[in-house]
Ligand binder design. Sequence first.
Ligand SMILES: [Zn+2]
Length: 450
Amino acid sequence: MGSREKTVQRKIAAWGMLSAFSIVALYAASTRAQKAESMPDASAKRIYLRCGALLDGKSDAARKDVLVAVKGEKIREVGAPEVEVVAAEVIDLSHETCLPGLIDTHTHVLLQGDITAADYDEQLLKQSPEYRTILATVNARRALEYGFTSIRDVETEGAGYADADLKKAINNGVIPGPRMQVATRALDVTGAYPLLGYAPNVHVPHGVQVVDGGDEARKAVREQIMYGADWIKVYSDRSYWLRDDGVLDDIPTFTLEELKAIVDEAHRERRKVASHAMALNGVHNSLEAGVDSIEHGNYIAPEDLKTMAAHGTFYVPTIFVGAYVAEGRAAEGAPVWVKMLAVHEDTFRRAMKAGVKIAFGTDAGGFAWTVNPAKEFAYMVKWGMTPAQAIRAATASAAELLGTSDQVGTMEAGKLADIVAVPGDPLADVTQLEKVDFVMKGGVVAKGGR
Ligand SMILES: [Zn+2]
């Protein structure tokens, strides 16, 4: 064959291939077009919620008869015109109050309640991290069905990095659950955190990563961030006793130097620090070190409340769990837990007066997940908040603490469609929030709605 003929043949072959490609391409395009007509992209699906009343998380008052338009995973309009709702999917919540998805900023999905030390030890000694993770998948679904569309899970209590995997499984759509921010393993010093009380030659697991000294602490922070920590959790105090002057005293765990190293390292890596601090020294040192939230804060000195208000440090009071575990812990020989309740109430009221930012957090997992964490609302109201303030603590304020205000916490066009509904009026009776019967997360209905 001459070279000229070869060229012609190659050209013919090339044209043939090109037209074959063209046919495939055309076919694919037309199939896509057909699909687009017959099966609209799920991410752009339109849903309307007909809400009998609506709390948007910004105003203290409810609006009546509001139509919420949802498109894909986001809220398109709050107060959409009725005329739009032709042939669209409408979810009838006309006998309900709609509000932004609730946010619990203090949970432990890997824990199944630990009223006594024995409850805690048994979980760490007799349940494998794998088994605990399986239980946690159930807790994540429970949290979502209680109405919590976002949670900040503040450590796994000895279950390693299982919270990061749980978060991944939820985000990948493998299991249902809330949006999660996770703290992974938490930090404490040698001799301060369970399991404790075993013979020196018996090696037992710990509910935290044990660190001593600034360098070890920094390394642990780096390690936890490497494996998925959104937050760093520290235990800043332990061993509580009530002084005659009404001050709840404690043993601070970390030295101030160690705490400062942790906060500095976390902040350098753009992570925030949550500090378990129940009493005088733990709270004070945490604030000196510059943590972002005080967890529990059963007693906070007046000067420290001023510092919190001035710096915008959040207070996550976790009231309900204290009441829930008090009797059991008193029976176990620690009556201080019963007395602590009155101290806690006084601190909560002083914090409100001082203008400290308060975010809703329950310590769910510290009590069994079969108990609805929304019981916390009634305590907040009993101790001086209005229902609207308590709701804001679990929506807009909690979102501010999590740094997700641009996406959740209020019902506004452009934000994620994380919406819940309750049968009554939570402004008149805040325990209505224990009866969430509709949950939508990111435009997808997770509970109720028919
Ligand atoms: Zn906790």
